[in-house]
Design a protein around this ligand. Structure first.
Ligand SMILES: *Cc1c(COP(=O)(O)O)cnc(C)c1O
Length: 393
């Protein structure tokens, strides 16, 4: 469909703009048309133009899938209704009795999906601290089939060495799956580091404008890609043409947005690090981050997410959050607008308290998705929040 363009030698900024375009042979539109149709006319028995029903495939969705696959360096991609739909699809590669090793501080919704939903269907999970790859080796049993990595982790920005864990997995014949939502292929390329499958919540940076929920699965091999496409069709986890179109539009500016997200996050992290109200800042770009060296090795940028602990627990955290004017008090992340949230009562409330504590999430923890506004305005607003947060206490 896109055969006149070879993406292999192109750089990601170019791929983001050009891949998945040139769909319109009728009017030569420069952007990808939005194909709002559930079904496609057959020209004769078995004769179609490559599409028969939009759950199976839709040209707008195919355009996004080609773009995402090229960005991650995979062979194919499946664009799904949400990030969770991408995870549900991937988990159907496994069957009852299979054992999967996941990080102990993964996204709260992923934890709930594994621990609550798929456990009830006979899949078994071990949640281990993957900062030490030895913990992965130790958790492997004869039933283990896969390793689920999320790096940087949510909300504390712990890192997992993808190459090292991937190599342990490979030695044992396990599938390595990486949730690359936080950094996107602009800053981290898991397939090149040895992963087999990448999943995304495109809701976040890939779309980038807080106006879509979506997800994606990118496969390294044709065999996996074909199975994922068959599962997406069978399960009905695909995304709508409109959502595909919006994400495809968002992706075109991903490199520019990620540069600004990372620049602003670095400035805010350094600012917070110097404040007396703040007990600790979590950002891989700070040299004080315990895995700063690994960040420099496997990431080409430090991303737009950071977290920090304020003295005074939940109450101080809420006072600070309510003292902010620019940062929106909201879940989710990765959009152009700066957001703050309280993992203890929001994004990670679906985790049992013991699991939250084991993951190091405290009551005074605040997660920030740093947007692309002026960094000076963001720092001014955070100054206001910190002052209000500590004064009322
Ligand atoms: C948001 C998120 C998900 C889930 O994606 P949805 O689009 O909300 O379903 C999965 N993993 C990570 C890291 C996320 O941030």
């Amino acid at each position: 469909m896109n055969s006149d363009k070879s993406s292999t030698s192109r750089r990601i900024e170019t791929i983001c703009v050009h891949e998945g375009t040139r769909k319109d042979a009728t009017f030569n539109s420069v952007t990808t048309p939005l194909y709002f149709t559930s079904t496609f006319r057959f020209e004769g028995p078995g004769q179609t133009k490559g599409y028969d029903y939009s759950r199976t495939a839709n040209p707008t969705r195919s355009a996004l899938e080609e773009c995402l696959a090229a960005m991650e360096g995979g062979i194919s991609a499946a664009a799904t209704a949400t990030g969770m739909a991408a995870e549900v699809t991937v988990m159907h590669l496994f069957k009852s009795g299979d054992h999967i090793i996941a990080g102990h501080d993964i996204y709260g919704g992923s934890y709930r999906l594994f621990d609550d939903v798929f456990s009830a269907h006979g899949l078994k999970f071990s949640f281990v601290d993957m900062r030490d790859p030895e913990n992965v080796s130790r958790a492997i049993t004869s039933a283990t089939k896969a390793v689920w990595i999320e790096t940087p982790s949510n909300p504390l920005l712990n890192l997992v060495d993808i190459a090292q864990v991937g190599s342990i997995a490979r030695q044992h014949g396990l599938v390595t799956i990486v949730d690359n939502t936080f950094l996107t292929p602009y800053f981290q390329r898991p397939l090149e580091l040895g992963a087999d499958i990448v999943v995304h919540s495109t809701t976040k940076y890939l779309n980038g404008h807080s106006d879509v929920v979506g997800g994606a699965v990118i496969s390294k091999t044709k065999e996996t890609g074909d199975r994922i496409a068959a599962l997406t069709n069978a399960l009905g986890t695909c995304c709508s043409p409109l959502d595909a179109w919006l994400v495809l539009r968002g992706v075109k500016t991903l490199p520019c947005r990620m540069e600004v997200h990372a620049r602003n996050a670095m400035a805010l992290a350094e600012f917070l690090d110097a404040r007396p109200e703040v007990a600790r800042v979590y950002y891989p770009g700070l040299s004080s981050h315990p895995q700063h060296a690994l960040a420099g090795k496997q990431m080409s940028g430090f991303g737009g997410m950071l977290a920090f602990d304020v003295h005074g627990g939940s109450e101080a955290a809420f006072r600070l959050i309510q003292g902010l004017e620019l940062f929106e008090f909201a879940e989710s992340l990765g959009g152009v607008t700066s957001l703050v949230e309280h993992p203890e009562t929001m994004s990670h409330a679906s985790m049992p308290e013991a699991a939250r504590r084991a993951a190091g999430i405290t009551e005074g923890n605040i997660r920030v998705s740093v947007g692309i506004e002026s960094k000076d305005d963001l720092i001014e607003d955070m100054t206001r929040g910190l002052e209000r947060g500590s004064s009322a206490g």
